[in-house]
Design a protein around this ligand. Structure first.
Ligand SMILES: Cc1cc2nc3c(=O)[nH]c(=O)nc-3n(C[C@H](O)[C@H](O)[C@H](O)COP(=O)(O)OP(=O)(O)OC[C@H]3O[C@@H](n4cnc5c(N)ncnc54)[C@H](O)[C@@H]3O)c2cc1C
Length: 389
């Protein structure tokens, strides 16, 4: 087992695996450390909305075959309010772009297969416990007592990983925002009730419906931050989904056994810069967005691509210019996504729930939706960010 590599990657999520595949194919030596086993990461259900440009990127590298074969094209989004539907088709304003619906865990599984098929070194059930000597010759300390010496370490270890915490206090600035509500996430063995995302604005709180596969659906219900999954028995979930998605016209909500529920903290965070010495951060390790708008997974993959290009220049041509620009280049995109997601959070979620301001703020929310539907210019700006610029 190698205890030395050029690039030590912590985390085999979307960011870590895409980075590893691209580095390996360019001849850059790397080792991926993943604390979970292969079975676990191949079944961990999270996002599923893949942007057009990410599909193009995967396609260029021959990594999109399964996605294109089994994923579903999505070219519309629907809003609901007051029993009415407000469908928004991407064309003619989206310049030929669309989304693909392909569960994140399927893409991780494809990337793991590609990397191992190329002879890549991926160590499952190997947790990083810390990183030392970040401004010299960094070493990843393993939970089992071993060490991996690296030229560069990339923290792709998600929201709760160890990489960010290895940076000395004060060297990174974390700018965050906490919303005053949460979302209950619900995964159900039920066929999708719509062939596009539904965002329902409702006085009781938002309800979002996203298809996953022909037999699995995801729902989100806005709820209080103090609530937990235990407060939401299955009957309450289906009743509330029915109320919030209700239409004044015939429509069928497909129900089925609920396979998983959980509460999602609705928060945003950006760590700047996305580098300290020889440590680089990518994906959720560097920035977090709430799930509305489907940006987290796509940002993670875009970080991986940019970082791969910089690392390939360094290790194959001795050229550090792209790598040195990584943080600034990605932060510009990350902040743009943060702005869009914050706007969309305020469009979809019922603000000030339970406060005296709530009726006014709900009317403003409704006026924003009316503007989106009525104004082609406003709609074009929305689609530019929603579908991916
Ligand atoms: C319920 C939910 C729904 C979501 N829906 C969407 C959506 O619709 N669209 C969208 O774009 N995004 C969505 N997201 C966000 C998206 O899932 C994340 O942005 C994405 O997973 C980030 O990828 P990543 O590779 O940066 O991190 P992760 O996917 O978190 O991967 C990190 C990896 O690092 C491993 N790891 C952690 N610590 C260590 C350690 N110490 N040592 C070794 N390995 C470690 C973890 O096991 C994991 O495999 C959703 C997230 C959640 C939670």
């Amino acid at each position: 087992m190698t205890d030395r590599t050029q690039v030590g990657v912590i985390g085999a999520g979307p960011a870590g695996m895409l980075l590893a595949v691209l580095l390996r194919r360019a001849g850059v030596d790397c080792v991926v450390l993943e604390r979970r086993d292969r079975e676990y990461i191949s079944h961990r259900a999270r996002g599923a909305t893949v942007e057009h440009r990410v599909v193009q990127l995967l396609r260029r590298h021959g990594l999109a075959d399964n996605l294109l074969r089994t994923g579903a094209v999505e070219d519309a989004v629907e809003f609901r309010l007051g029993g009415r539907r407000y469908p928004v088709r991407y064309e003619p304003l989206a310049a030929g772009r669309s989304h693909y619906i392909y569960p994140q865990q399927f893409l991780v599984r494809d990337l793991v297969e590609a990397y191992l098929g190329d002879g890549g070194d991926l160590r499952f059930e190997t947790a990083a416990a810390g990183i030392v000597d970040l401004t010299g010759q960094p070493r990843i300390q393993l939970a089992d007592g071993g060490e991996l010496r690296c030229d560069v370490v990339v923290g792709c270890d998600g929201e709760y990983g160890v990489a960010r915490g290895a940076v000395p206090a004060g060297a990174l600035r974390g700018t965050g925002y906490q919303y005053d509500y949460a979302w209950l996430s619900v995964l159900a063995d039920a066929p999708p009730s719509s062939d596009c995302v539904i965002n329902a604005l409702h006085e009781s709180g938002a309800c979002v419906h996203v298809r996953r596969t022909p037999t699995v659906s995801r729902f989100y219900l806005q709820c209080a931050r103090t609530e937990t999954a235990a407060d939401w028995p299955d009957e309450r979930i289906w009743k509330e989904i029915g109320i919030r998605l209700a239409l004044d016209e015939p429509w069928t909500l497909h129900t089925g056994p609920i396979s998983a529920t959980g509460t999602v903290r609705m928060r945003s965070l950006v760590c700047e810069p996305m580098r300290y010495g020889s440590l680089f951060l990518a994906g959720d390790a560097a920035h977090i967005v709430p799930p509305v708008g489907g940006k987290g997974f796509n940002l993670a993959l875009a970080d991986a691509q940019e970082l791969a290009l910089g690392l390939i220049d360094r290790f194959t041509a001795g050229d550090d210019r792209r790598l040195d620009g990584y943080s600034a280049a990605r932060l510009a995109r990350v902040w743009r996504a943060q702005e869009f997601v914050h706007w969309m959070m305020n469009l979809v979620n019922t603000p000030g729930y339970g406060t005296a301001d709530a009726p006014f703020r709900h009317r403003v929310q409704a006026a924003r939706l009316a503007r989106l539907v009525d104004s082609p210019a406003y709609l074009a700006a929305f689609l530019e960010d929603y579908v991916g610029w």
